[in-house]
Design a protein around this ligand. Structure first.
Ligand SMILES: [Zn+2]
Length: 321
């Protein structure tokens, strides 16, 4: 077996259990009968099953956002969170313009990033790729050009090429089949302007140190480390401007969420719920039924603005090489 990222032969692979705690209730569950294999060379994890575009598209269109996300989306139409602000501020450090920028948010989900982009820059043009049609209704109301599908290697021609100043891939790449990653990144590169920037954020998956402390894997299919992300980005011909871990320290995060073994399962769920609520409240502090006029300073206390060390996510800023 070879690693889909660094191509190293994985001798005697260990097949780790795939944890499907979040979507195990689904009737047509695509995340069954799979295991995770980890590459000893670049520390990339991948599932041993290929999910077709049809299966993935159906899951993200119908199940991923819940049965009726419209109310929640409507409430957060003008919402802004610390993750989005920290990402957009990182981009701002490396872009020379303050206005007339074109943003493409792939797998946008909620409008936090487009709201942050609009708050931080002037006269922005917003484009969103999002498979959920209910979510797209909100984006349309926010003046975005929407593309209602799951971005994949078969549909990039539906978007303008050589067009965007900024492309956002926040918690997106880990949702793809590992063997599709390279073609997806190369397709995204074609949409970017010559001096445009791509911001990538994804979970920092450490199967060496925290394999027994994971809580859930679904619906992720690819599990990155700093070295595997660096490997694939360079392989696709990108220049790395910024690459670091961010958000909460893994040590604290795994301590807070307790252990994941059977005995501590209940405690783990309780701690995760507490953690989720704790994160939810300050993050959604700025919910308004009207346009956001100012960003609440409390958001800036978030660990989303912290970098370096062993942290829960990886953030990268790249451009065409
Ligand atoms: Zn590898």
């Amino acid at each position: 077996m070879n690693c889909p990222i660094c191509n190293e032969t994985i001798k005697n692979p260990i097949f780790h259990e795939y944890l499907n705690r979040e979507f195990n209730y689904l009737k047509n569950n695509p995340f069954t009968n799979m295991k995770i294999v980890n590459c000893y060379n670049c520390n990339f994890g991948f599932v041993d099953k290929y999910l077709s575009y049809k299966e993935l598209d159906a899951f993200y269109k119908e199940a991923y956002r819940g049965k009726n996300p419209f109310l929640k989306l409507h409430l957060y139409k003008y919402g802004i969170n610390s993750r989005a602000i920290s990402q957009i501020l990182l981009i701002k450090q490396y872009i020379h313009q303050n206005s007339n920028l074109k943003l493409l948010d792939i797998g946008a989900g909620f409008p936090y990033a487009i709201n942050a982009f609009q708050a931080i820059f002037n006269n922005v043009e917003l484009h969103v790729v999002e498979p959920s049609s209910q979510t797209n209704q909100i984006f349309k109301k926010r003046g975005c050009k929407t593309y209602n599908f799951l971005f994949n290697k078969i549909n990039p021609h539906l978007l303008p090429s050589d067009y965007f100043d900024v492309i956002l891939l926040s918690h997106v790449l880990e949702h793809y089949n590992s063997i599709d990653l390279e073609s997806i990144l190369r397709a995204i590169k074609l949409l970017l302007k010559e001096n445009g920037l791509i911001l990538i954020e994804l979970p920092n998956s450490d199967f060496v140190n925290y394999i027994d402390k994971r809580f859930n894997d679904a619906p992720h299919l690819s599990f990155f480390s700093i070295s595997s992300l660096k490997y694939i980005l360079e392989k696709c011909g990108f220049d790395l401007i910024f690459l670091n871990t961010c958000c909460e320290l893994n040590e604290e995060r795994y301590y807070n969420t307790k252990s994941n073994n059977a005995v501590d399962k209940k405690k783990g769920i309780k701690a995760r719920t507490k953690d989720f609520i704790k994160k939810l409240v300050p993050n959604h502090y700025n919910i308004r039924f009207q346009k956001i006029k100012r960003i609440n300073i409390k958001l800036l206390k978030s660990s989303d603005f912290n970098y370096s060390g062993d942290r829960e996510c990886i953030r990268a800023l790249i451009k065409k090489g």
